[in-house]
Design a protein around this ligand. Structure first.
Ligand SMILES: Cc1cc2nc3c(=O)[nH]c(=O)nc-3n(C[C@H](O)[C@H](O)[C@H](O)COP(=O)(O)O)c2cc1C
Length: 415
């Protein structure tokens, strides 16, 4: 582990390392959310709604984060969320995340728009693997992806349903970050400001969204493939088509991007195996309810018929503890581990998981909860809602320091 990674003690430190290593446009693509980024901010602030009321005088000497997640053992109650285009930040970031997950004994979710193929991940990072499929207009291609995941023995299929169209991510517009890349004086200067990143991309080329090769006949290079993604989502995907997926996919089916109790209830009735309460990390519908606040309604909707996971804003072990105390079976880790991987590849991904594991174990011990199942609702007390929500309401809109110059709305990758 490099000295710089070893000097990171929190996910915030890893985020800062990523910010210093990457061109601004690339960092903002990972860090940013849609429009005024209120849902992005709200996801994190929602954790402040709850305080922990620790139990004392409990023997926590043998405490462990080991648990059962979706019917199989896990080193901690978490899995890595799908994050597309990770390789644009650091070559091999998908593999780094998958290897770190395997080492921690948790599942890794490969995104449709990852820069590593379904087969390479299965070969080089065997462990609990889930494949996230975006629903594509090209249905043959969509089913081929799913078939590849089946053949490569992925344990679960994750269907993301909060993206009938891409969200409006204004940092990307202001930074002139678009795919295909349009080289403008602003982004050339930006890329040049991070010579190590730029030289690697110049010498070895931009990574390709490996799983989408062949999606369009003309898409033969990195930028052409990436640009085809946004246009390829199928906004007509509905309940009937999801039922078809359920029928054809024989293993675990996870639906990601649910925020309502009625949707959750219907999903439980149709036989999906798990739900992820998620708003895509605030990258889609700005103003959407923060995930942690949607969790109770979703739990009520499923009424114990299936496990519910939650993601969005998890940056500390205590956040994981609170999500479990509210009734989630586990969390998905999005930017928390992504920042580590794009800051420092394998070492960074591993460091992010080690930090979260250490914090969760420490929180469990400090709360008098030696096992994950003892992270129950009686540990929670509501904080003063006015205090935290007035801060949320006053949260400043997305940084506007980048050029406000009019810029044609680009085709964004939109993972
Ligand atoms: C850069 C980036 C790329 C993402 N790509 C995908 C994706 O390809 N598929 C998907 O279902 N979700 C994607 N997401 C959403 C994550 O899976 C997850 O829901 C979100 O990051 C959770 O919020 P958090 O980052 O605040 O933890 C992406 C998120 C980020 C930040």
């Amino acid at each position: 582990m490099t000295h710089r990674v070893a000097a990171c003690y929190s996910i915030a430190d890893l985020r800062e390392l990523a910010r210093r290593r990457l061109p601004r446009a690339v960092f903002d693509f990972y860090d940013g959310g849609a429009e005024d980024e209120r849902t992005l901010a709200g996801n994190s602030l929602a954790f402040e709604r709850w305080h922990l009321a620790p139990r004392v005088l409990v023997d926590v000497a043998g405490a462990s984060t080991g648990c059962n997640l979706l019917g199989a053992p896990a080193g901690m109650p978490a899995a890595i969320a799908p994050t597309g285009a990770a390789g644009f930040g650091c070559r091999g970031a998908d593999l780094a995340l998958a290897r770190a997950a395997a080492k921690m004994g948790i599942a890794y979710t490969l995104s449709s728009s990852a820069t590593t193929s379904i087969e390479t991940i299965a070969e080089k990072a065997p462990g609990r693997l889930w494949f996230q499929a975006y629903v594509l207009r090209n249905q043959d291609f969509f089913w081929q992806l799913i078939e590849r995941a089946r053949r490569a023995e992925y344990e679960a299929l994750v269907i993301t349903v909060d993206l009938p169209v891409g969200g409006k991510r204004e940092r990307d517009f202001r930074n002139h970050f678009s795919i295909p890349f349009r080289f403008t004086p602003r982004n050339m200067l930006d890329f040049a400001s991070r010579p190590r990143w730029a030289i690697d991309m110049l010498l070895r080329g931009m990574p390709v969204m490996e799983n989408l090769r062949g999606l369009e006949a003309a898409a033969t290079n990195a930028t052409a493939i990436a640009s085809s993604v946004g246009r390829s989502y199928d906004p007509s995907f509905d309940w009937a088509r999801l039922a078809e997926v359920r029928e054809r996919w024989p293993r675990k089916l996870i639906v990601k991007g649910v925020s309502r109790g009625d949707d959750a209830r219907r999903l439980a009735m149709m036989g999906v195996d798990a739900i992820v309460v998620s708003n895509h990390g605030g990258r889609q519908l700005d103003g959407a309810i923060p995930s942690l606040l949607a969790l109770p309604e979703v739990l009520q909707g499923v009424a114990g018929r299936l496990p519910v996971l939650v993601d969005g804003g998890v940056r500390r072990g205590a956040d994981i503890a609170k999500a479990l105390a509210l009734g989630a079976q586990g969390v998905l880790l999005g930017r928390a581990t992504l920042f580590g991987a794009v800051a420092a590849g394998d070492a960074g991904a591993q460091r992010a998981l080690d930090i979260l594991h250490d914090e969760l174990l420490r929180t469990m011990r400090l709360c008098g909860a030696p096992t994950v199942t003892q992270l129950s609702g009686d540990l929670l007390r509501p904080s003063d809602p006015n205090a935290s929500w007035s801060a949320y309401a006053a949260a400043p809109p997305a940084a506007r320091s980048a050029s406000p110059r009019a810029h044609r709305t680009p085709d964004l990758v939109n993972p």
